[in-house]
Write a protein that binds this ligand. Structure first.
Ligand code: BGC
Length: 331
């Protein structure tokens, strides 16, 4: 039975993805991490990002950077929800540094918790935020700056209500950015299973994404923030893990076949308390399994929570770049 499943997964893996289904040119991508996604910049620790970080990321061979940004805690009251000018300037400095370094940029709204808890009550606020973000970045290159309406829908925001809740935000973006790529991830923290029922808005410049932290018992062992806390000691790489990964690749192939759209992985990674050789093994397994589909992979993250780069030692953690298909950087 297990051999049959592995055999069918191998057959599926050999089927080429049609050209028309190619998605955004994400390629090797890295999330900047938590720096801008807490209520206060660097509220969750780490060094402040500066323009040199984006040159460092580009020099390592990454094509794209995903910059998670919390907007709602830097915005005023209804109806305008005016974003603090110092905050949008700070984000613009980093976005422009990334663009100037030759990187593609994914700019999202991250951790807008009110939206997930009560989507209808926060729908207009989401649109007001995107009106301002859209206007501010409208003149940046359409081919290289992409918006993501909200990170990881969860709680009350799900695949059923998502198109309706996102509609005003998308219209707000389209008022100033008629054909900029806009990224949408599905319910339940955008896990791979969300793709099966993800209904995208009817717009030619919408791109689907999903996040991949499976098996969660491995990637989030020792982490204190999930409700579902996982004990340490889970090792990655057995036959069951390989079978799960092959099955998940098959789900993504089925999604591409059904919709004609190729999603990319907006987040994937393993927590830093896990031994480095295990983090490398996991990252390589995920990269290698999904690469034949031609989909991009944004690893989580640059220097904090699940770091790839050690700012104190000024070096990329050994093995992590190679796991992403990039050349290793010497000591
Ligand atoms: C969260 C981070 C977290 C990561 C892995 C991200 O979406 O914003 O805070 O470290 O997922 O759980």
């Amino acid at each position: 039975m297990q051999r049959l499943a592995i055999f069918s997964a191998a057959l599926l893996a050999a089927t080429p993805v049609p050209l028309a289904a190619q998605g955004l040119p994400v390629g090797a991508c890295i999330n900047t991490g938590n720096h801008l996604e807490s209520p206060k910049e660097n509220g969750w620790g780490g060094k402040r990002l500066d323009p040199a970080d984006f040159r460092n990321i580009a020099d390592a061979g990454f094509q794209t950077v995903r910059i998670p940004v919390r907007w709602d805690s830097h915005a005023g009251s209804a109806p305008d929800h005016a974003i603090d000018p110092a905050w949008i300037d700070r984000v613009a400095l980093l976005v422009d540094s990334a663009l100037d370094s030759g990187l593609n940029v994914i700019l999202d709204s991250h951790n807008f918790e009110g939206l997930h808890a009560d989507p209808a009550a926060h729908r207009d606020e989401l649109a007001a935020l995107w009106t301002q973000i859209g206007a501010r970045f409208a003149d940046r290159p359409t081919a290289r700056l992409w918006f993501e309406i909200e990170n990881e829908p969860h709680d009350q925001l799900n695949n059923l209500n998502l198109p309706q809740i996102y509609a005003p935000a998308l219209a707000a973006i389209r008022a100033s950015n008629p054909d900029r790529p806009v990224i949408v991830g599905g319910e339940f923290w955008s896990g791979v299973n969300s793709l099966a029922t993800l209904n995208l808005p009817d717009d030619p410049h919408i791109y689907p994404t999903f996040h991949y932290y499976d098996p969660f018992a491995f990637t989030h062992q020792g982490a204190q923030w999930p409700e579902d806390k996982q004990p340490m000691g889970r090792v990655y790489g057995g036959a069951a893990d390989a079978q799960q990964l092959a099955g998940d690749v098959a789900k993504v192939r089925a999604y591409i076949a059904r919709t004609g759209k190729t999603p990319f992985i907006g987040e994937s990674g393993a927590y830093e308390v896990i031994p480095l050789n295990q983090r490398v093994a996991y990252t390589a397994a995920v990269h290698d399994a999904f690469a034949p589909l031609g989909i991009g992979l944004c690893t989580w993250a640059y220097t904090n929570t699940f770091p790839f780069y050690d700012h104190d030692k000024k070096r990329w953690l050994p093995g992590m770049l190679a796991a992403m298909g990039l050349p290793e950087k010497g000591e």
